[in-house]
Design a protein around this ligand. Structure first.
Ligand SMILES: *Cc1c(COP(=O)(O)O)cnc(C)c1O
Length: 428
């Protein structure tokens, strides 16, 4: 509780547990005190009681601990991301489209990927594969015709072969080059198959982000190319006559970006590369800004470890605005925007439910009755309840802390015994 105004005793469960801050309007408390799950797609539908769902499962022989997946929450995540980009594009009058891809590594469960593909189809939502098995997963799905499959990560010849051949099945599979060395393999497979791929390049941004995943951004991040490697790739593609295959520029800052200003600065830096590569004659049409859209787990709405200082809509507005501005300044067409948000799409859709085995209570149920044998500091401590009131709260706390700490010091030095100390702690 941060509020200092004691006259408004907000003892509603919503505020006590901060549900109105982190619940994202998906969960609520029912009048009987049970946790309720809303249906974000049908705001007028009755709110389901979570304990009732669990009791129902229990009757069917499914017991806790369990991982409960709420598909309407997943649908909501997909819809929120895609529609927020849609709205930002309209608002900024951006002359390009949004083509999101879901990174398979974030949740590879078949039911989850199936649902994402199904619900995402009207949005031409695609998939991101960071490994060969993930590409196989992506290719097993019926995506919208104009959806993308973006292949990141270190790739061997087999991975590249599969990616190139998948285009014959109608998939828009993009091979994102992670290094100049990867180009050797790509060129070899291309000649062997006599097929052209859709290519991308992953640039390493120098801007570093805060938060848990700061290590994956900046100079030392393990993926992507520095300027010297980029120039090498462009020159070699030009020389080989395949520069026209290079369509997408990719960068990924890291996950759970706490500060929206980092999103803007990274988008800005990515645009610089996009403009420079275009000036080099690279026919780029897609700008992929990776993942990183965070979740406000604590509801603090601040740029701290488990919170973020922005909403999905703000993230989208910042990205679209920054790119539009940079492209207009350079006189370039607005590219198709791609992001690879994972966490923001799926994190709210599943919950781990387990039994509470025990609760440790800090408060004593009642203070012990005064005893004339008590040490005088114990009596002083007990006397605080006599003048405890809203107006003197701070004073009472100061006194209680003082007496308790004095008593603890006496106990450590052997001046009061275990039973006296126990009485003091209980009174405190
Ligand atoms: C992990 C990863 C993502 C997903 O990141 P989120 O923070 O979950 O959005 C996207 N792109 C790449 C390349 C990744 O490695």
């Amino acid at each position: 509780r941060r509020d200092t105004d004691l006259s408004t005793t907000e003892n509603e469960p919503h505020s006590i547990y901060g549900i109105d801050r982190w619940g994202m309007d998906l969960v609520s408390v029912l009048p009987n005190g049970e946790l309720g799950l809303k249906n974000p797609l049908k705001p007028d539908a009755p709110i389901a009681s979570l304990p009732m769902i669990i009791r129902g499962l229990h009757e069917r022989g499914i017991h806790v601990p369990m991982l409960l997946r709420v598909s309407s929450f997943l649908d909501h995540g997909i819809r929120t991301l895609n529609e927020s980009f849609g709205q930002a594009i309209k608002r900024v009058k951006y002359r390009g489209e949004y083509r999101g891809v879901f990174p398979v590594k974030v949740n590879q469960q078949a039911q989850v990927i199936d649902r994402i593909v199904e619900f995402g189809r009207p949005y031409s939502y695609g998939l991101e594969a960071g490994s060969k098995p993930e590409l196989v997963i992506a290719l097993a799905h019926h995506l919208a015709k104009d959806a993308l499959i973006v292949c990141n990560g270190v790739k061997d010849a087999e991975f590249i072969r599969l990616a190139i051949l998948s285009r014959k099945l109608g998939f828009n599979t993009v091979i994102v080059l992670e290094s100049a060395k990867e180009l050797d393999t790509v060129l070899a497979v291309m000649e062997d198959l006599d097929e052209e791929p859709l290519l991308g390049v992953r640039v390493k941004l120098t801007h570093r982000i805060g938060g848990n995943w700061a290590e994956s951004s900046g100079d030392r991040s393990s993926f992507g190319m520095h300027t010297d490697q980029l120039v090498e790739v462009v020159d070699r593609l030009k020389a080989a006559g395949y520069l026209h295959c290079l369509k997408l520029q990719h960068s990924h800052l890291g996950s759970q970006i706490p500060d929206v200003n980092d999103v803007r600065r990274a988008a800005d830096e990515a645009c610089r590369y996009f403009v420079e590569l275009s000036a080099e004659g690279v026919p780029l049409t897609h700008l992929d800004l990776g993942g990183g859209l965070g979740i406000d787990y604590t509801g603090e709405k601040s740029a701290t470890e488990n919170s973020i200082n922005y909403s999905v809509a703000e993230y989208c507005d910042n990205v679209v605005e920054t790119v539009a501005y940079a492209m207009d300044a350079a006189g370039l067409e607005h590219p198709t925007l791609v992001t690879e948000s994972g966490r923001a799409v799926v994190a709210t859709s599943s919950m781990l439910i387990f039994n509470v085995l025990e609760a440790t209570l800090y408060d004593a149920s009642s203070a012990p009755a005064p005893d004339p044998e008590d040490h005088h500091l114990v009596s002083d401590l007990a006397a605080i309840s006599g003048y405890l009131g809203v107006k003197r709260l701070q004073e009472c706390l100061n006194d209680a802390l003082y007496y308790r700490n004095e008593l603890r010091a006496l106990f450590r030095r052997g001046y009061i015994d275990l039973r006296q100390m126990a009485r003091a702690e209980k009174i405190y």
